[in-house]
Design a protein around this ligand. Sequence first.
Ligand code: ADP
Length: 591
Amino acid sequence: MSESPDVPPVRASRWSDRQSRDALQVIAEGVAEVAGFDLVGISAVRDDGYLQTLVIVGPEEARKRLIDSLAPVAPLLEQLEQADDWGALKFVPHDRMILDIDTWGWTSDAPREHLAPGAWHPDDMLVAPLEAADGTLLGILGIELPRDGMVPGPAQRQTLAMYARQACRAVITTLERERLAEQVRLAGAAADIVRHAVGTRSANEVLAECGPAISQGFRAESLWVQRLGADRRCDGPLYVDGAPTVRLPSGLGALVAAQAPRAWERQCVAVIAPERPLPGFLGGDQHAEVISFLAGLDIESLLFIPVGAGHECFGALGLTRAPGGAEWSEEEAAAALAIGRDLGRAVANARVLEREHQLLDELRDIADYKGRLLATVSHELKNPLSAILGYAEILAAEPGLSDAARACAAAIERGGGRLARVVDDLLLLHEPTETRAARARPVDLGQAVAEVVELNGAVAGGRRLTLRADLPGVPVLALAEPRDVDHVVTNLVGNALKYTPEGGTIVVGVERIGEEAVLRCTDDGIGIAEEEQAHLFEEFFRSTDPVAVAQPGTGLGLAIVRRVVERHGGRIEVDSALGRGSTFRVFLPAG
Ligand code: ADP
C-alpha cells in the first residue's frame, strides 16, 4: 500500500482527463463573472491526502503558479474550524488566518492598512467545501479578490452558495468519471493479462506475454519482472519491457529476493520514490541505494509488486515512471496487487502444465522403451522357440520311445506352443499400424464367427457351456484384414469360454448398424467390476477377481484386440456387471 506521506509529493497531475477540467473551468468562470470575483479556483482531494488545484480563473501569474499545485488537506480542515460559517461558504478573516498564505492561496499587492469596515483584506479566505453526501471532503471552491473590494454581503453569498452546490455536483461527477476511467483502464489491463496468460505453457512465456499489457495498462515507462528460483534467489535475468536491458546489482537482486516474499506474505505493494516515505521493508541505506540506481536509469518512481499464488512467491514486478510522471494512486496500487495475484495464478497454472508435459514426455519415453524391449525380447525368443518345438516334434515321432519320454516330449510341445503364442501376441501388439490397415478388404463377419464357434464347439461342450452364433440371413461385411478379424473373434470367444462357469451360455452375433459392422460377444459369466472396466484394454491388465485370476492368461488379449480394431478405424466397447456376465461389442467400418 502506498503509505500516507509526510513530505508533499512532487507536482503531479492525476486529473489528466481534459473533459473533467473543462467542466470545472466553466463553473469557476461562472462564479467569477456572476458573483464578481477576480480569482476563483477549484481543487480536489486526492487519495494521498493532498488537495490538487485543478482550475484557476484569474490573473495569468496566479494560474501559472497555482494550477496542479498541491497542499495538505489536514491544516485546511483545522483552519476551517476557525471560520465564520456562512452555510455553504466558510469565511476566514485575515486575523484568524493560520495557514501559510503562499501555499494556500494568492495574496495580492492590494493595501492591507486603513481598510474601510467590510472591505476585503488580501489575506481573507473564502471557500466553499465541496462535500459528498456522507460529508467526505471532495474538494474546495476558493474565491478571492472581490471586484468591489468588499467582503460579500447576504445577496452575493446566496449566489455564491448556489455556485458552490453546482461545483460540488460537478466535482462529484468528475471524480466518479475519473474513478470509472481508472477502473476501466485497470480492468482492461487485468483482462489482457488473463487473455495473454491462458494457454501459455511456461512461466517464462506468461511473463513475456503479459509484460506489454501490464505496462500499457498502468501507463508505466517500463515493466521489470524478476523471478525467484526454487532456492528463493533471483532466477535468471531481469525481464524488462519498454526499457533497455537492466542489470540489477547483486545487492539489489538479494534485496528483491528477500523482500518479494515478505511483501507477498503481507499482501502489499510499495512505492519507491525519492520523496516518498520509506516502505517498511527498506532500511535508509537500502532506500538510497535503490533510489540512486533508479535515478541512473532516469526513473523517478517504482511500484514494487509481489507475484505469487497460495503461500508461494514467484517473484516481483516493478512498474516505473520517469520524472514528472504521475503519482501511483490507491486504485493503481490495489489493481497492481490484484495483477500480482492474477499473474501468480497464471504462473502456477503454467508450472502445472510444464510439469504435466514433462511427465508426458517421460511416459512417452518409457512407452517407447517398453515397445523396443518387448519387440527385441520376443524376436530373440522366437528362434530358439521354433527350434525347441521342432525338436520336440522330431522327438515325439521317434519310434521306440518310452511312454514317459513321449509324455515329456508332448509336455515340451504344449509349453513351447503356449510360449510361442505369447510371443506372437507381443509381436502383434507392437506391429506398426500402417502394415495392417493397408491389407484391409471386405470380410464376412458372420462367416468368421461361424468358423470360430464351430472350432470351439468341442471346448464349450467339454465345459458344459452353450456356445452359439446369432447370425442374420445376409452377410455383414467389415473392411478389415481377415486374419485380424479371426484374431478378434477368437480372442473374445476364448475369454467368454474362460470366464463363464459351467452351464453358462455364450452368444456371438453380427449386424450392420449404419456405416458400421458390429460384432457382439455376450456371456452370462463372472462379469467385470465397474472400476476395472476402464483398464481392461491396457496391456498386461488382469482382473483382481480370484475366479478370473485362476484362469491362465497374460493380460494381453484385449489390449491386442483393441489395437487391431483401432488399426482398422474401429472401436471396442464393454458392457458388464460383476456376477451377471459381459457383452463386448466391436465396431468396424462396414465393407
Ligand atoms: P487374459 O484373458 O489373458 O488375462 P485379456 O486381455 O484377454 O487377458 O483380459 C484381461 C482381463 O479381463 C482378464 O484377465 C479378465 O479378468 C477380464 N476379462 C476379459 N474377458 C472377460 C469376460 N468375458 N468375462 C469376464 N472377465 C473378462
